[in-house]
Design a protein. Sequence first.
Length: 111
Amino acid sequence: MKYSYAEYVSLFKAISDQTRLKIVDLLSSGEMCACQLLDNFNITQPTLSYHMRILCESGIVDGRREGAWMYYRINGTVIEAISDFLIEIKSNNEQGIGKSKDNCNCQISNL
């Protein structure tokens, strides 16, 4: 596991909002200017800035300033780490989150 559980929580919280998830989807096609992102929503520029701050602070999105404009792109390394984490959960291996039920010491009682 690359990150701690707390760090994964931060990443999942960042994309748990419908607007931020759509932003990540839009950025999956490549770098975009804030004004291009804004054209895809019915929100104000300050609201977009709020969402972008959360995505950038989580590390999912990288931002760069060019003059008066902000440009954003996906941080592929972080997206890959999220994907690997989900694959690890799905694979249910011994080192992963979900240990085998064979290790359970519970006894089934007849009710």
